[in-house]
Write a protein that binds this ligand. Structure first.
Ligand code: GLN
Length: 190
């Protein structure tokens, strides 16, 4: 997805790989496993330092769990960088069989990119649910819910932290990738 929009990427597996980045993606998967691998690879502390210093980060699904200030239904030993002022519940939409696709509303993202707005397709795979959003985080996209008045937040941003509960890489919609690329360009220019 990033190659499609002209952004150069590489894989980060060890602390030395953090050198020279203008942004990092924490992908989907299992936040418990990611947390363990971040610790065993020695990445957790140096990455946490860089994120704390403002390195732009885009967390998707499990990656969002790793960024949230508070995680419900996690393993007691799972770690989070705690950089996003929100509470998430792991697997908050239910187990694998309750995974689903839905259109979300992301007018702020379209507006920021100067694009005509249209619904954004979301692929929700054992996705975390955003239970609450604190004053420091901004909601960028919501999932309309049948019978519920308040749509549920599904994309949030706080400074250089962007996070989505769904997998934006599994659709053809590159708006969130473009938004993140802008965030990294802004950082690279600082
Ligand atoms: N349920 C997973 C977790 O809590 C996230 C699933 C995903 O990333 N698709 O880590």
């Amino acid at each position: 997805m990033f190659a499609d929009i002209g952004t150069v990427t590489r894989t980060v597996r060890a602390p030395a790989d953090l050198e020279g980045l203008s942004g990092i993606v924490l992908p989907g998967g299992e936040s418990t496993t990611l947390s363990m691998l971040l610790s065993s690879s020695g990445l957790f502390e140096p990455l946490g330092e860089r994120l704390g210093a403002g390195l732009p980060v885009f967390g998707t699904c499990a990656g969002m769990v790793l960024l949230a200030a508070e995680v419900l239904d996690g393993r007691p030993d799972q770690r989070s960088f705690g950089l996003l002022d929100c509470v998430v519940r792991r697997n908050g939409y239910g187990r694998q069989r309750w995974s689903f696709e839905a259109l979300v509303a992301a007018p702020k993202v379209s507006a920021e990119l100067g694009m005509d707005d249209r619904p954004m397709p979301g692929v929700f795979i054992r996705a975390p649910a955003v239970v609450s959003v604190g004053p420091r985080a901004e909601v960028l996209a919501t999932l309309p819910q049948k019978g519920v008045e308040a749509p549920q937040p599904v994309v949030c941003r706080q400074g250089a932290v962007l996070a989505s509960v769904f997998h934006p890489e599994l659709t053809g919609d590159r708006r969130l990738h473009r938004l993140f690329a802008r965030m990294t360009a802004a950082h690279a220019g600082t």
